[in-house]
Design a protein around this ligand. Sequence first.
Ligand SMILES: [Zn+2]
Length: 108
Amino acid sequence: MTAPCSWLWLLSQIAAVVSHVCRLNVFFLFVDMARGQQKIQSQQKNAKKQAEQKKKQGHDQKAAAKAALIYTCTVCRTQMPDPKTFKQHFESKHPKTPLPPELADVQA
Ligand SMILES: [Zn+2]
């Protein structure tokens, strides 16, 4: 009765190895899933970051455009980058013309 016993033992060993491998496979499957999830999360994070950067850049561009918003002299159409320059220009070039109301508060 040794032969069936050793067969059983061999079978149980094989079963043990198979179940071990299966568990390993399941483990790696979970690792893969976790990695995939992480990848997706990092991709989402990156996309969000890029969107924010784009938004920020767009905002910066808008701000820059606003900052570069040229003040156009109402009399001679000369363009100036800031109200201070505009006022100085207005006072020196067109002293006879009354200051536009938006320049009244500007400290030259
Ligand atoms: Zn002018």
